[in-house]
Ligand binder design. Sequence first.
Ligand code: NDP
Length: 391
Amino acid sequence: MANVLIIGAGGVGHVVAHKCAQHRDLFHTICLASRTIEKCRAIAKGIGGPLQIEAVDADRSDAVSALIRRCDADVLINVATPYQNLAVMEACVQTGIHYVDTSLDDERDWVKYDYSDQWAFHPRFQKAGTTGVLSIGFDPGVVNVYCAWAQKHLFDQIDTIDMIDCNAGNTNRKFATNFDPETNLREILADVIAYEDGAFRTSPALETRRTFHFPGIGARETYLMTHEEVLTVARFIPGVRNVRFWMAFNDEYLRHLRVLRDIGLTSIEPVLHEGHPVVPIKFLKCLLPNPADLASESQGITCIGCLIEGRKDDRPRKVFVYNNCRHEDCFREVGSQAISYTTGAPAVLAARLVLSGAWSEPGVYNPEQLDPDPFMEEIGNMGLPWKVNEL
Ligand code: NDP
């Protein structure tokens, strides 16, 4: 039995807390901490059984270290925002506990798109004898594991990986983001970095598009996008030549997005308003719906997976490894929409694998560096079954 500390009480934190509570066989004490304790209280109210709640400023590693000691935590699941990752990792390595997160760390005033600060913790985690699993949501996260599993079991050589993501769900809102608006809009509008012909190449956002046929959904227009897993899959899947990430957007969504961008509301550069600096995207976040509040009205399914091409036994092979997830099912089970669910459930499984010893190598790892088998065996039981279509 182990104690878990969850940091972040947003949409994903809600799922992580519920999923940990479903696994009380492993998690003896569950502590949920966030900046605003009322949000922790609201989540705790919906969970049967004891759940400790705390307020914490996770930008301060000393505050997180003190909290880890108070909760006597063995593993920390960090689902606050990407800006807290480094401070929380620092606290974990200083107190000698395991660490799990779901996104690449970032800076508030510039786009980083680089794992080197998180990877720099590797020797310190090794020395402390603890494990850090980075970016284990769905994408990044489960898709990275799909790649490692395909490399291990389906291919002798992988040439091309296209990670594709479609949320075909609807809400009653004209425009809403899938998760934290600030992080979500920043990533959609960033210059695209894709790995093609063995090199990273840059192109403008929302220009390169392709139609994909998503199982359970049908044909959808997808757009080439910058995403964390392109950086790591290109590095850790041996010999791969092309790694790209595509996301489906409908015309209505893109129309709103382009207007917001073109009038400057998605900018991270502060502007002066009546003598006060205002960061436009932060102001926009206040106006947009909180994705966690859309759970009850989200309907429809998501499809996220990897289209993988290469060779097996000297013959070409092409497969699509994927998951379908229905918003309504997630709401029935834990009171969340599918985007939060598909992010939170894998993070809890990662914590479980680290504690059980299946993923216990000391150091800091991206998901595709770890043995994919125990994860692929268990992720269906966590609520995210997968399929392979031979194409
Ligand atoms: P939300 O914005 O809904 O929640 C973030 C939570 O973190 C909020 O409760 C917020 O507190 C809290 N928080 C922010 N700053 C601090 C701080 N300094 N100290 C303590 N708590 C803080 O985000 P989501 O739940 O949608 O996303 C959580 C994480 O998951 C993000 O990192 C996101 O990028 C990642 N993600 C990953 C995906 C994947 O597939 N890999 C997909 C979707 C999300 P407050 O309520 O006070 O604002």
